[in-house]
Design a protein around this ligand. Sequence first.
Ligand code: SAH
Ligand code: SF4
Ligand code: F3S
Length: 485
Amino acid sequence: MYQEIDLDKIDINAEPPAEEPARQYYFMAKCREWVKDFEQQNGRLPKSCVTTFGCQMNARDSEKLAGILRQMGYVDEPDEEKADFVIFNTCTVRENANLRVYGRLGQLNRFKKKHPHKMIALCGCMMQEPQVVEKLQKSYRFVDLIFGTHNIYKFAELFVQCKESDRMVVDIIDTADKIVEELPNERKYSFKSGVNIMFGCNNFCSYCIVPYVRGRERSRNPQDIIREIEGLVKDGVVEVMLLGQNVNSYGHTLDTPMSFAGLLRKVEQIEGLERIRFMTSHPKDLSDELIAVMAESKKICRHLHLPVQSGSTRILEKMNRRYTKEQYLELTKRLRNAIPDISLTTDIIVGFPGETEEDFLETMDIIEKVRYDSAFTFQYSKRSGTPAAAMENQVEADVVKDRFDRLLARVQEISAEVCGRFKGGVKDVLVESVNDHDHALMTGRMDNNLLVHFPGEEALIGKIVSVKLEECKGFYYMGARVLNE
Ligand code: SAH
Ligand code: SF4
Ligand code: F3S
């Protein structure tokens, strides 16, 4: 494992090794020399800030960037203004995400004008779009380093290249050449962690840009995944979230194919690991084997995020989702039969091109039928290069907004009713933090992902305790710890 690699023993005057990850450790060692000089000149260590936009995949990538920066000798600085190095790990799934990045870049530019030595880097999904990089090269000259999603493992090497150059360094590759294991990472939480099980996506839902910016689906080897989780558990982690754009198709591309359910069975056996979550499940690939594994498991959380996107079969077809409304409803029935207390959550897009009021009412109907614990609702956002962007009948903005408001209001009413069903019960809760507003309270998460606040002490953080759910406040509970369970 990377912890065993002693950077001080690496000869940085030799040629860099060709193989990975040794090559990257060489560059980290090289940066460390540079950090020593910085410390001598400034009387302090340089500070870095990693800012994440987007999904949990990006959050996990950011932990890798933070880990590499820590190895180089940088200290963490949450304030972008004070940091000597700032990196934005970007998202482009909807236009809003994209615009937010440009807005925040403007602010960084003002900071850089005050502190010209500040180094600014951009990476992540937005950088895989050629028109974005063009725009940055033209109008955002103050950015020092740009790289994409496929070469994030090369961060240390690119960092050195950037330090040695006085021009903007841009390194984007179109397809992933390899999965590099055993790089450092710095986790945000001591007791829970995301674990990538696969990268990319092959589904090409017609509205979605992810397959273009994350590339084709690639699964990690099960041995690497298990080894990583075992290491995390040794380090105090009790809960893992297995991450992939479509975890249900895990393993199809491996030399020795393995199903996602098969992987879960192996992860379940890891001693000391208490909870397993995963994201995201595509309904078309959710197997009966997976339902059976979930039903039997002691560790897999009774929660499934199952994005429906629309309740209209006609729109689902145009979205290239490859299931009908009826098939989706049938699937939720099978899930609830096998796991009666399961919490279902979803993602819904409103205003996909050609969506009529009738189609929209089908979506309103499916949320009545499924009664989700919670739903993320999105207004359709046109992403250039996707098939849906070229479709006719884009829905007028005010119609989309009206439908969105109606959907959101009903989704929230239903979740408040559904979330209340646990009142009076006792649940195992993973204690995550001290409550932001009241320091006498602790905040914990149940296996269905709901939060509960209860009186307790900080020493409980990272532990699983029993909590009586006394009062439901809509989307969270107030409770009291139950001792002697
Ligand atoms: N792989 C996951 C989702 C990744 S993106 C899955 O298949 O479910 C997260 C969510 O963003 C999607 O579920 C979808 O609801 C939403 N989304 C993706 N592209 C979008 C677009 N162009 N406009 C609006 N919402 C979008
Ligand atoms: Fe996008 Fe569909 Fe892939 Fe999810 S499954 S990332 S929505 S293309
Ligand atoms: Fe965004 Fe990329 Fe995730 S586009 S949602 S950060 S995969």
